[in-house]
Ligand binder design. Structure first.
Ligand code: MTE
Length: 308
């Protein structure tokens, strides 16, 4: 697969230096040091082979141009309001068709040794994209530990519901039904490209990007990447998903990136690269966001214009 060095040569210097400190910390961990604060973003020195060969978008753009409707519908709202969200302590309920249901504290879910950097392109259905150097670990780790039952075929996810800290969940105008929910087929969820992210750019996840734990499924449109997860439920039936509930004609369950299947209101053939400047040419969107080789088999025989 494609990968390139990392982002030492394209990252603002202060971030690069803080990343080096983190890497030194990772070496310390390997030597058996206790976990100090910030352990959720500690990364191994080696970048993942699953990373794409692309220059990461600037940290400033990744953390100030967001969709997180619990904090408002404008791109700047999450950064402006998400600071008020309390992310410690945090736990995730894992239930449904699993052998080991329970409420798992975040620290128990995240094994520092499994964290790695994944440079993925996030392609939003609205027609823009960014390249994000996530820190995360395979969702399969968590699912396997919970021991999926033989009848489990889907995985449902749920975001925190906390109107006191999430202005988009209170007041007269609420853009979506809460909590935000998403879902994957179990084989999609178990795919090694699918991760739970705890950080980006070598640091803990900023709240506006879905702290302390968010899903990242790089071959699907960005809205599948549900933020601030509090519940993961294994089910026999396809679970409801927020944008499909909102507008089923426009948003399907699968939501695989596909330049040949347009959204009813927008072409999906090309994308605007955030941070590229107003004269930058649009990028041609790739089938499955560039991962056709890795995930194409999951959809063999399916009509992608029906299962959009
Ligand atoms: N998760 C929750 N809980 N609420 C949201 O509004 N927006 C989604 C997704 N996850 C959203 C969410 C959409 S539309 C996108 S494109 C991505 O988060 C954006 O992730 P980013 O802000 O980290 O780029």
């Amino acid at each position: 697969m494609r990968r390139k060095l990392g982002y030492a040569d394209v990252t603002p210097k202060n971030l690069y230096l803080s990343r080096r400190t983190l890497m030194a910390g990772a070496a310390g961990l390997a030597a058996g040091a206790l976990l100090p604060g910030g352990a959720l973003a500690r990364i191994a020195a080696e970048a993942s082979p699953y990373s794409i060969d692309a220059t990461p978008t600037a940290y400033e753009d990744i953390t100030s141009y967001n969709n997180f409707y619990e904090f408002g519908v404008d791109k700047g709202d999450p950064k402006a309001h998400a600071g008020a969200l309390t992310t410690e302590p945090w736990s995730v309920v894992i239930d449904g068709l699993v052998g080991r249901p329970g409420t798992y504290p975040l620290e128990d879910l995240v094994a520092p040794a499994r964290l790695e950097e994944r440079i993925y392109r996030l392609r939003c259905v609205e027609g823009w994209s960014m390249v994000i150097p996530w820190i995360g670990f395979p969702l399969a780790d968590v699912l396997s530990r919970a021991e999926p039952g033989s009848g489990a075929r889907y995985v449902a996810f749920e975001t925190l519901m906390r109107p006191e800290e999430m202005p988009g969940q209170r007041g007269f105008f609420q853009p979506l039904d809460w909590p935000y929910v998403e879902g994957l087929r179990l084989d999609e969820a178990m795919h090694p490209l699918t991760i739970l992210a705890t950080g980006l750019y070598g640091e803990e996840l900023p709240n506006q990007n879905g702290a302390p734990l968010r899903l990242v499924v790089p071959w699907k449109y960005g809205f599948k990447s549900i933020k601030s997860i509090v519940r993961i439920t294994l089910t026999a039936d396809q679970p409801p998903t927020t944008w499909n509930l909102q507008n089923p004609r426009e948003y399907g369950f699968y939501s695989n990136v596909n330049p040949a299947v347009d959204h009813p209101r927008w072409s999906q053939a090309t994308e605007r690269v955030i941070g590229g400047g107003i004269f930058a040419p649009r990028r041609e969107t790739e089938l499955f966001n560039g991962y056709a080789e890795e995930v194409g088999h999951l959809y063999a025989g399916m009509d992608l214009t029906v299962h959009y």
